[in-house]
Design a protein around this ligand. Structure first.
Ligand SMILES: [Fe+2]
Length: 356
């Protein structure tokens, strides 16, 4: 009769498996990409009960330096991540499995990012005092994501500065309308927000509004500054700015229809606008918004050929021509901003990029 081998420890299990020609559990765990652990939880005290040898690869620690030595596991978690990790362990002990990521301190003092897959183990009648889980080192992925975020942010700032510089090109030639596009951009974005446009669409709207008059670089400078009314031919030259703006912008791969915003910002709901005589919903929403913001800003400001008409006159014009010339929803959102939201146009001296 065979007797079962006496097993006193994990090492003994390993010996039995090795004798049977099977891989030892310790070797299986060592081959794992993860470091496995068991933690004993007692309130905010969380102490390692067991950890696999891979902790050496992950944190430069030995099993012995962790088990029985780390009085409180939480002290090894990055201070910024501690509250969330403790909160998560509470959730886990209530019976949920979860994945979370945080930083653990390496033996050399720096931190490694770990992806932790964790669940509770009930301990008989005492409930879930133990959590078991596995850490996978995701430091490189986290650092790559960080670098990507920084690059994207740098690109975003470069884009803002580039568009700001393009806006300034027009305004250097046309000092009478200094700050016009910046103020239109500010108002247009507020209207967009009032109308519930997504953050992304609103950002595109701001870019489009910032340079909606870029085509004025193709209009003779003396026309821009003319203190008297224009004749028909001159008016046509002036009106060409929206088509010129489109030509300038159309090959830039903005993630928004910025070139169309420039082209359509003088289109009007009844088809009386230019350059294409588009009607109602055929006009891009952003262009309908810029169109209203453009009129309001222009009427509220001084022009070479007239004094400022004031914001009340501007809002009266928008209200009177809502539906016929201006999108009714846009006109109403604009009126609500000034009347109920206490909105005022920003100072014209503010630089194009300071309002982002
Ligand atoms: Fe314009």
């Amino acid at each position: 009769m065979k007797t079962a081998p006496h097993i006193a420890s994990v090492e003994d299990v390993g010996d039995v498996r090795a004798a049977a020609g099977l891989p030892r559990y310790a070797d299986i765990l060592a081959a794992s990409a993860a470091t496995h652990y068991v933690l004993r939880c007692d309130g905010a005290e969380v102490a390692p009960e067991w950890v696999s040898q891979n902790v050496a690869r992950l944190l430069g620690e030995t099993v012995k330096s962790v088990v029985g030595q780390w009085n409180n596991f939480i002290e090894r978690v990055h201070p910024d991540d501690r509250d969330e990790v403790l909160q998560n362990f509470t959730t886990v002990r209530a019976g949920k499995r979860l994945d979370h990521e945080y930083r653990l301190r390496h033996n050399h003092g720096h931190y490694r990012w770990v992806h932790d897959k964790v669940q509770a183990v009930a301990n008989g009648s005492r409930g879930a005092d133990f959590v078991i889980g596995s850490w996978i080192d995701v430091t490189e992925r986290k650092e790559a994501a960080d670098r990507f975020r920084q690059t994207a942010e740098k690109l975003r700032r470069t884009l803002i500065q580039t568009v700001g510089a393009m806006a300034q090109v027009v305004e250097e030639r046309d000092p009478y309308t200094a700050g016009h596009q910046t103020r239109v951009a500010d108002l247009a974005t507020e209207i967009g927000r009032e109308m519930g446009l997504s953050e992304d669409q609103n950002q595109g709207l701001r870019f489009g509004a910032m340079i909606h008059d870029i085509g004025k670089v193709g209009v003779p400078a003396d026309l821009l500054a003319r203190p008297s009314a224009l004749n028909q031919a001159e008016r046509e030259l002036m009106q060409a700015h929206s088509a010129i703006g489109y030509r300038i912008l159309k090959d830039i791969e903005f993630p928004w229809p910025v070139a169309e915003m420039a082209r359509q910002h003088h289109e009007r709901s009844d088809g009386s606008g230019y350059p294409s005589g588009l009607k109602g919903g055929a006009i891009l929403l952003e262009a309908r918004i810029i169109g209203v913001a453009d009129v309001v800003e222009a009427m509220a400001s001084h022009r070479p050929y007239r004094a400022a008409l004031g914001i009340d006159a501007a809002l009266a014009e928008i209200n009177q021509c809502r539906d016929r010339l201006y999108d009714a929803d846009v006109a109403d959102a604009c009126a609500a901003l000034f009347r109920d939201g206490g909105y005022t146009l920003p100072d014209y001296r503010q630089s194009a990029t300071s309002l982002w």
